[in-house]
Every structure is written in structure tokens, then in C-alpha cells.
Design a protein around this ligand. Sequence first.
Ligand SMILES: Cc1cc2nc3c(=O)[nH]c(=O)nc-3n(C[C@H](O)[C@H](O)[C@H](O)COP(=O)(O)O)c2cc1C
Length: 195
Amino acid sequence: MSDGLDSAGRELLFSEARSVRSFSDKPVPDEVLAELWSLARWPPTAWNSQPLRVTYVRSPEGKARLLPLVDERNRDKTRQAPVTCVLAADLRFHDHLPELFPGKPDLREFLERADREGHARFNAALQIGYFVLAARAVGLSAGPMAGFDAGAVAKEFLDPQPLRALLLVNLGYPRPDAAPPRLPRLPAGHVVSWL
Ligand SMILES: Cc1cc2nc3c(=O)[nH]c(=O)nc-3n(C[C@H](O)[C@H](O)[C@H](O)COP(=O)(O)O)c2cc1C
């Protein structure tokens, strides 16, 4: 039986990791981004549906298209970050279910006529949590941002028919200076019940 991660691993993923707002100019190699996804793809989603879609915006041209669509307060960090990810939910996730969830062959047809947006958003949001932890696991720091124009980002970077932009996440290596004091977390007694 495994005892899980040692304390260094737990600190890296959870207790010492911060939402980073200020990035050094150290570049993020493509192999690190590929490694990130090779981990983030494994945790569970309902029907194994995996609706998250990821766009890595790295080029100066891409950043120039993105910055006007980001809230003013998020612009400097987005400009600085070597990579900004557009994380989106694919409302046509069901097209892949015959392969991803072969035990229910009628599911794709059923979902073609159903409202799929809630499922896509919920499961893609779960995957975003996994994505942030995977980024930390490969040594990156992440800065999630909901402050942007989701409709405009979908139009500019995605096919807005099936894709809904959910969150931007800056990725890179933090400047040593910058973290503000950690905000408190709710105590376990407020959150967790034991029956
Ligand atoms: C869904 C989501 C949206 C967020 N949106 C923003 C944002 O628009 N701008 C920002 O500066 N931080 C944003 N944050 C960062 C949070 O404020 C931050 O994670 C929280 O205060 C905890 O900080 P810590 O991880 O450094 O302890 C967001 C975080 C999440 C998970």
C-alpha cells in the first residue's frame, strides 16, 4: 500500500503552491507543456467524457490578440507570463464517447438531442483543477484568471459553436519577489462533517 507523496510532494502541489501573479522571463519549454498534459489527462470525468480543450498562447502575436480581451487588472500578469492557456469546454464532447466510453453505445445519439452544456462545463472545470495540479507537478506555477471576456476570447481563439471559454491560466516560473501574504483557508470544522 502506498503512503502517498512525501512532504515535499505535498508542499509542491498544495500547501506551498501559490496562484502566481508575477513571472520571470525564463521560458517554458514545449516538452514541459507536453508533460503537463500527459499527467492532467488521467484523473476522472463523468462517462470518461474529457470535455476540456486547451490552447497555449505563447507568441507575441497571440498575446497581442489576447490582452485587449483580458480585464485591466489581469493585463500585466498576462503580458509577463511566458504562456497563457485558454481553457475551454467542448459541447461536442459526445462525439468521442463511442471510443472513450464504449460500454454505452447509445450515449452519443442520446446526447446529440440533450442539453450538454452543464455536463461539459462541470467536467471541464474538474479537469481545470487537475490541470493546475499537473502544472505544479511539472515545476510550473499557475495563475488562474476568470477576469476576461469569455465570449470575445471564444470568438478570437476558438470555434465558439462547440467551445465555451471557461478560464485563462498563466503558466511560468515565478519572480522571487512577488507573492502577497497567503489568504486564510476555511477550517476543516467548517467544511468537513463526520457521520
Ligand atoms: C476560478 C478562478 C478565478 C480566478 N480569477 C482571478 C483573476 O481574474 N485575477 C486574479 O488576479 N486572480 C484570480 N484568481 C486567483 C485567486 O484569487 C487565488 O487563487 C486565491 O486568492 C488563492 O491564492 P493562493 O493560491 O496564492 O493562495 C482566480 C482563481 C480561480 C481558481
